[in-house]
Design a protein around this ligand. Structure first.
Ligand code: GLY
Length: 335
């Protein structure tokens, strides 16, 4: 299936097809120098399969984890391209999850003011969300996505077969991002979660999530309004994630927890049941006040006000901006 992302400047196709990795050379222009970036957590065979189809591959494996999304790795990759005589007509390919995609995309955006970028996401989270929409970045001093750009890929290849090697906890974490989109935008997709059959219908969940993501990005590429709905659950979620760095909750798990207090009393029970069906946590453990204080450092906080999304009714949303203390009161009253 081909899903088109229509944008004023840089439209592109997403190929969603089981087995498409094997046909990468027919779907992407790999007949040139290709920098392929993957990480140590991704089975080697995927990047090797892509490299075997390239005319002149250079494969770099970075260490798995958010800490790799840094300026040092960005510089290392640019230097690798320079040393290997890459030019503006060569390309960069990400084979991995959100960290690899964000870092590699930013390398593509910066090398000689921009070279072609192909994204081949291998986690469910990156397949349904981060590989589409052109947000590329690295972190600075552990502050997420401080240095980055909007730089759209030339094409995205999504092969659900690669999910067979993804640990189930990562699959659940990815599904939390789809659940996020269902809650704000697609009541029918939520029914798949409600019935506890998301795992059995993963191709359909990916497709519907991508359609939501595409529609949002087409309407608001640079996040001046509507795209903020993709941050549903992320405001408190980032606070939980930062607080919990050492015990290691996954991103999607934090997003799931972050969504709950942003849901009305009417729907919270259904959302909790959907999270439980995915084996995602539903109870915030630890000092919630501390977590909320960490949110104050988040980029969504502006002049003492905080932007966030609430869902009163499944499939609809409100974009809200309130003084930080008012937002904290909402959280306190709903946990
Ligand atoms: N993952 C949020 C966005 O692409 O805007």
């Amino acid at each position: 299936m081909i899903l088109r992302v229509n944008l004023p400047m840089d439209s592109y196709d997403i190929i969603l097809e089981r087995g498409c990795l094997k046909n990468a050379k027919d779907l992407l222009n790999l007949n040139r120098k290709c920098l392929i970036v993957t990480d140590s957590g991704v089975p080697e065979k995927y990047a090797q399969l892509v490299a075997s189809q390239c005319f002149a591959p250079t494969l770099v494996t970075i260490e798995q984890g958010e800490k790799s999304k840094n300026i040092d790795n960005w510089k290392l990759l640019l230097e690798t391209m320079l040393r290997n005589d890459f030019t503006r007509t060569d390309c960069v390919v990400a084979v991995g999850g959100g960290v690899v995609g964000d870092l590699t995309g930013f390398v593509a955006a910066s090398f000689m003011r921009g070279v072609d970028f192909y994204n081949i996401p291998t986690t469910l989270l990156s397949q349904v969300d981060s590989s589409v929409g052109g947000k590329v970045a690295v972190d600075l001093c552990s502050v997420k996505n401080t240095v980055g750009a909007f730089y759209q890929p030339k094409r995205v290849l999504i092969d659900p077969d690669v999910l067979s090697t993804l640990p189930s906890r990562h699959v659940s974490s990815g599904l939390a991002e789809s659940l996020k989109m269902a809650l704000t935008s697609d009541a029918e997709l939520f029914e798949i979660f409600r019935s506890g059959t998301a795992l059995q219908n993963v191709d359909l969940v990916i497709e519907r999530s991508l359609k939501i993501k595409i529609s949002v990005v087409e309407q608001d590429e640079r996040e001046s309004g509507l795209r903020k709905i993709l941050n549903f659950g992320h405001t408190l979620g980032h606070g939980i994630e930062t607080y919990d760095e050492l015990s290691g909750l996954h991103h999607g798990e934090c997003v799931g927890l972050g969504m709950l207090p942003m849901c009305s009393d009417e729907i919270r029970g259904d959302v909790e049941a959907a999270l439980k069906a995915l084996n995602l946590p539903t109870k915030i453990e630890g000092d919630i006040e501390e977590m909320m204080n960490l949110v104050a450092h988040d980029k969504k906080c502006d002049g003492g006000n905080i932007s966030f999304i609430t869902v009163e009714k499944i499939g609809s949303f409100e974009i809200r901006k309130l003084p930080l203390e008012d937002w904290k009161n909402i959280v306190r009253s709903r946990i």
